[in-house]
Design a protein around this ligand. Structure first.
Ligand code: ADP
Ligand code: MG
Length: 473
C-alpha cells in the first residue's frame, strides 16, 4: 500500500466517523481495513461475514462517497472478509483475527468443541443473568390470565435444537408482579436442559451493560458473534433498554437472530407499540411475531399460588400452619400482584416464628392490612380511550384519527387526547403519533383546551368524569 493510499484512508475514516457518529462508527467500521486500490476500485476488508453484509446493505454508498470525496476517480468498493485474505497471505502486523487454521477448525467442529465456537469466551463472560431456582414451570400456576403465554413459553422451551420456530419473536407483556420473570426463567431452566441448546436469559440492563462494556473493551464484534451463537435469546424488562447505540445494537441482534431462525423471547410491562423510546422499525419487528398479554391474576389463581407457597414454606418451617380460611382471605383481599401475595405469606411466617402464636384470621387481617390496597388502577390503553370516546360522541375511531376538522369530530378528538394524557403515562409525542401522526403541540393544545373548559363547563366536566370511570373500571 502506498503512503498516499494510507493518507487517503485516514481521511476517509475521519470523514465516515464524522458522518455516521461515534457509536455507529465503532459498531461497524472500527475494524474495517484498507487492502489497497486498483484503478477505479478500492479494496476494503472486515473480519466477519456478518459485518460485510451489513455494511454492504446499509453503508455501501456512503463509504464510496467518502472515497470519492478524496479521489473522484473511484467508482467501486470491493469488500472482503479478512480471514480469506489471511489464508493466502501471512497475517500482517497486529491483526486481531485468529489465523486461518483456527477458523477452519471452528467451522468444521460445529458440535462439541465448545471453546471453539465463535465468541464463546465472551458468551461465558457475559454469562446471562442469574436464574432463581424457584422460578420453574413446576411452580408456575396456570390460569385464565396466562394460559396462552404459558403454552407459548413451554413450546419454545421444549423445542429441539434446529427445530423450526413458530412465532418469532415471542413478546410477553404484563404489569408488575404478574409472572413475566417467573415465566421467562422457567423457559430458560427448561430450555437449557438439552445439552446442545443454548438459552441465554438477560435482563435489559445486563444486555446494555454487556454491550456497552464490550464496546469499551473494543470487542464489539466478539460480542455480536457471541450473542448470535445462542439458540434462544431471552430478554426481560425490555422497557428499560435505553440509549441510541444500545437500541441500534438490540435491533441488529434481533434481526440477525430472527433471520437466522433463532428464537427471541422478550418480556416488557407494555405492548410493543407503547415502547416509546424504541424506533418504529424495532417496535414493528417486535410486534411481528406473537404478542401475548398476561392479565391480572384472578382470585382462584391467587389462591392456588398461595396454597402452593404455603406448602413449600411448611417444608422448611414445620410449625407454619395456615388455615384455609386465612389463605382464602388473602387471595380475596390482596389483589392482582404476585409480589404482594409473597409478601403477605412472608409476614405471616415472620409473625408465627417470632411470637409462636397460631395463625388466625384476626392476626392475618392485622398483619397484612397495608397490603390491601384499593383496587390498583387499571392500565388504560389509548385504543380503549379512542373506542369509548368514539362511542360516546357517536363518531368512528377513524374520524378521531383523521385530519377532519369539523366541530363534531374536533371536540371528541380533544377529549380523547386529554384522557390519553391524564389516564396513561404516554408522552405528548407518543399520543400525537397514536392520533393519526399529529404533532405534540397539537396534543398539548387539546389538553389545555379541555382543562380550561372543564373548569367552567359543568356538563363537560361531568361527561369526562363518566368517561374516566368507564375506562378505569
Ligand atoms: P413480573 O416479572 O411480571 O414483575 P414476577 O415473575 O417477578 O413478576 O412475579 C412476582 C411474584 O409472583 C413471584 O414471586 C412469582 O413467583 C409470583 N407469580 C406470579 N405469577 C405466578 C404464577 N402464575 N404462578 C406462580 N407464581 C407466580
Ligand atoms: Mg420481572
Amino acid at each position: 500500500m502506498t503512503s498516499a493510499e494510507q493518507q487517503n484512508w485516514t481521511r476517509v475514516r475521519d470523514r465516515l466517523r464524522a458522518e455516521v457518529g461515534d457509536d455507529i462508527y465503532m459498531s461497524w467500521f472500527a475494524r474495517m481495513e484498507l487492502e489497497g486500490s486498483e484503478g477505479e476500485t478500492v479494496r476494503l476488508s472486515v473480519p466477519t461475514r456478518f459485518l460485510k453484509s451489513w455494511i454492504q446493505s446499509h453503508y455501501a454508498e456512503r463509504v464510496l462517497a467518502c472515497w470519492q470525496a478524496e479521489n473522484a476517480g473511484f467508482s467501486r468498493i470491493e469488500l472482503t472478509v479478512r480471514s480469506s485474505i489471511i489464508r493466502s497471505a501471512p497475517p500482517k502486523g497486529k491483526s486481531a483475527e485468529p489465523p486461518a487454521v483456527h477458523r477452519d477448525a471452528r467451522e468444521s467442529k460445529s458440535n462439541g468443541g465448545g471453546d471453539l465456537r465463535p465468541g464463546m469466551a465472551l458468551y461465558e463472560s457475559l454469562g446471562g443473568s442469574p436464574l432463581d431456582p424457584r422460578l420453574t414451570f413446576e411452580t408456575f400456576v396456570v390460569g385464565r390470565c396466562n394460559t396462552l403465554a404459558h403454552a407459548a413459553a413451554r413450546q419454545v422451551a421444549l423445542a429441539r435444537h434446529g427445530e423450526m420456530v413458530m412465532f418469532n419473536p415471542l413478546y410477553i407483556h404484563a404489569g408488575v408482579g404478574l409472572g413475566k420473570t417467573h415465566l421467562l426463567q422457567s423457559l430458560a431452566w427448561t430450555g437449557n436442559v438439552t445439552p446442545d441448546r443454548k438459552v441465554l436469559y438477560l435482563t435489559a440492563e445486563k444486555f446494555m451493560y454487556g454491550f456497552v462494556s464490550a464496546l469499551r473493551a473494543q470487542n464489539a464484534i466478539a460480542f455480536k458473534e457471541a450473542v448470535r451463537s445462542i439458540d434462544v435469546l431471552v430478554i426481560d424488562d425490555l422497557q428499560f433498554l435505553q440509549g441510541k447505540s444500545t437500541q441500534a445494537e438490540f435491533c441488529h441482534t434481533l434481526n440477525a437472530l430472527v433471520d437466522a431462525g433463532r428464537q427471541v423471547v422478550v418480556a416488557a410491562d407494555r405492548p410493543p407499540s407503547d415502547l416509546e423510546s424504541l424506533e418504529e422499525r424495532v417496535r414493528s419487528r417486535l410486534a411481528g411475531g406473537l404478542v401475548v398479554e398476561m392479565g391480572p391474576l384472578g382470585e382462584e389463581l391467587r389462591l392456588e399460588i398461595l396454597k402452593w407457597r404455603a406448602a413449600v414454606a411448611r417444608q422448611h418451617h414445620p410449625g407454619f400452619d395456615v388455615p384455609a380460611a386465612v389463605l382464602a382471605f388473602i387471595a380475596k383481599s390482596v389483589t392482582h400482584n404476585g409480589r404482594d401475595l409473597e409478601g403477605a405469606l412472608n409476614r405471616l411466617l415472620a409473625h408465627s416464628k417470632l411470637t409462636a402464636n397460631p395463625i388466625t384470621l384476626e392476626m392475618a387481617e392485622r398483619e397484612i392490612r397495608d397490603l390491601i390496597r384499593p383496587q390498583e388502577p387499571r392500565r388504560v390503553k389509548i385504543e380503549d380511550i379512542q373506542r369509548v370516546v368514539a362511542r360516546q360522541y357517536n363518531v368512528s375511531r377513524a374520524d378521531l384519527l383523521s385530519s377532519r376538522r369539523t366541530a363534531n369530530v374536533v371536540r371528541p378528538r380533544q377529549v380523547a387526547m386529554y384522557l390519553a394524557k391524564t389516564l396513561t403515562l404516554r408522552s405528548l409525542p407518543e399520543i400525537g403519533r397514536r392520533f393519526g401522526g399529529r404533532d405534540h403541540t397539537t396534543v398539548l393544545h387539546a389538553v389545555r383546551k379541555i382543562e380550561n373548559l372543564v373548569s367552567t363547563d359543568n356538563a363537560l366536566a361531568e361527561e369526562i368524569e363518566l368517561l374516566k370511570r368507564q375506562l378505569q373500571e
